[in-house]
Design a protein around this ligand. Sequence first.
Ligand code: HEM
Length: 139
Amino acid sequence: MTPAQIELVQRSFAMIVRQPDETAALFYRRLFEIDPSRKALFTGDMRRQGKMLMDTLNIIVNQLQTESTIQPAIEALARRHIAYGVEVKDFTSVGTALLWAIEAMLGAEFSIEMRKAWMAAYSFVAGIMREAMRKAATP
Ligand code: HEM
């Protein structure tokens, strides 16, 4: 990611982070529309889950400039996801739903450049998570 993209992601996330419930609700609604089969993996309270997702995204987004520092935490997050029943392929639909939710929250503020920046940020995080999951699965 370029420094300008990191700034765009941080600036746009700051606009929606104070509405975690709304953002998370949009995200899960879209995700379960795209892939209804994933709904059964979420067994806990969805409001609490949404909060955890937004808190974690906030931490990651605000540390994007120090990529190597957040990598171990993202890898640990990925390993926990194996136990939740998540598969490597799920990152595609989750990425689509996440970008859709961010765009829906930002409305007219959402630009093409912002979309590109978010795609780069998501690819970065999902790339680390996929790799960590694959590594954990290989004996
Ligand atoms: C950017 C990628 C992702 C982030 C930042 C993220 C974040 C989180 C966080 C913070 C939790 C709370 C528990 C914990 O910290 O271990 C969680 C749980 C969970 N995530 Fe993710 N996640 C991501 C990708 C995915 C994907 C691709 C799926 C596939 C559908 C998924 C499904 C789940 C499920 C099923 C749980 C457990 C829910 C429950 O206990 O009811 N996540 N995720």
